[in-house]
Design a protein around this ligand. Structure first.
Ligand code: ASP
Length: 324
């Protein structure tokens, strides 16, 4: 009898601790970690998200950029951060391509994280400096073939979406361009506009207004569907690259072992943000698409991540690009 009472008392204490954990989280600011440079596409989405999440989480939501190694430095940082709900990773499709691209990876996307949910899907655009000679996609391919050694393709490092897009583009059109890695596509875009690099594939979140105001040249959208914020830009698929289809999906992750009280609150704040009219409107203007409710869940992210790893691994292995 005594031992039953002791077990009941312990269970009551554990329940009370969990309840107070749920009530007290967040007790300090939550930081969303961005794996790329400030001002770029992942950063733009995350800053809007932080503002929207702060409205419902009951605390401050900060954004911190930890760029490097195509986003993998930030992923490793969060994988090893204290599992207390205060370091939260926002990462894109790179979470599913890194295992195939890196020979040694100091994290495992399938075992080192608690999944919070998916966020938005963002199409990419193939763009160039405004004075780059080809004026259309039809002119671009012959120009690249004839001037291969004069063209530099910028990206945000091995594992970035811009890297993946370049890999797919170059292998589809069978051209091997010199690539220049940056810590994000924000600095890559600065150099593209300055003429230090010529070509880049980047999310519409960064390119929409630059294209619409004529500050850069655009050759096509990487998804099968056109993008509403860029009504005059045709898809690469419709311009001859049949089947070209690349959208940059984003997910939110916490370190493995983060208490459920915290992950539940993060998920509730994420779902509230994705319904928030100001957030939705901002995403709409940038060509980003809020994912449907089933994807906004931990299970929605986990199953999609697994499917994406299975999808990209053979494609990347076939392209034969690796880093140590
Ligand atoms: N757009 C970048 C990429 O290539 C990342 C960034 O700078 O947000 O993945």
């Amino acid at each position: 009898m005594q031992s039953i009472l002791r077990i009941l008392a312990a269970a009551a204490l554990a329940f009370a601790a969990a309840q107070s954990g749920a009530q007290s989280y967040p007790a300090k600011p939550v930081t969303l970690i961005v794996p790329f440079a400030a001002g770029g596409p992942t950063d733009i989405v995350t800053r809007q998200l932080a503002q929207a999440m702060a409205k419902s989480i009951g605390g401050t939501v900060l954004v911190e950029n930890k760029p490097g190694a195509g986003g993998t430095l930030a992923v490793e940082f969060v994988a090893k951060a204290p599992a207390d709900g205060y370091n939260v990773l926002i990462h894109h499709i790179g979470m599913s391509t890194a295992p195939a691209l890196y020979r040694t990876l100091r994290f495992n996307p399938m075992t080192d994280f608690e999944y919070i949910g998916q966020v938005v899907d963002v199409p990419m655009t193939l763009v160039a400096n405004k004075d780059f000679p080809p004026n259309s996609f039809a002119e671009l391919i012959p120009y690249l073939k004839a001037n291969k050694d004069k063209v530099n393709y910028a990206n945000a490092g091995l594992g970035a979406a811009s890297h993946l897009c370049g890999l797919l583009f170059m292998s589809t059109v069978e051209i091997d361009l010199q690539t220049i890695p940056y810590k994000g596509t924000a600095p890559a875009m600065t150099d593209l506009q300055g003429g230090q690099v010529q070509l880049l594939c980047d999310q519409t979140t960064q390119t929409t207004s630059l294209i619409n105001t004529g500050r850069i040249k655009a050759y096509g959208v990487t998804t099968r569907e056109k993008v509403s914020s860029l009504p005059n830009l045709a898809t690469l698929d419709s311009q001859g690259l049949k089947g070209f289809d690349l959208a940059v999906w984003h997910g939110m992750y916490a370190p493995k072992g983060t208490p459920k009280a915290a992950t539940d609150k993060l998920n509730a704040a994420l779902q509230a943000a994705l319904k928030d009219p100001a957030f939705r409107d901002a995403m709409d203007k940038l060509g980003a698409i809020v994912v449907p409710p089933a994807k906004q869940t931990p299970e929605g992210l986990r199953t999609f991540l697994k499917a994406e790893i299975d999808k990209w691994t053979p494609i990347i292995k076939k392209a034969g690009q690796y880093a140590d």
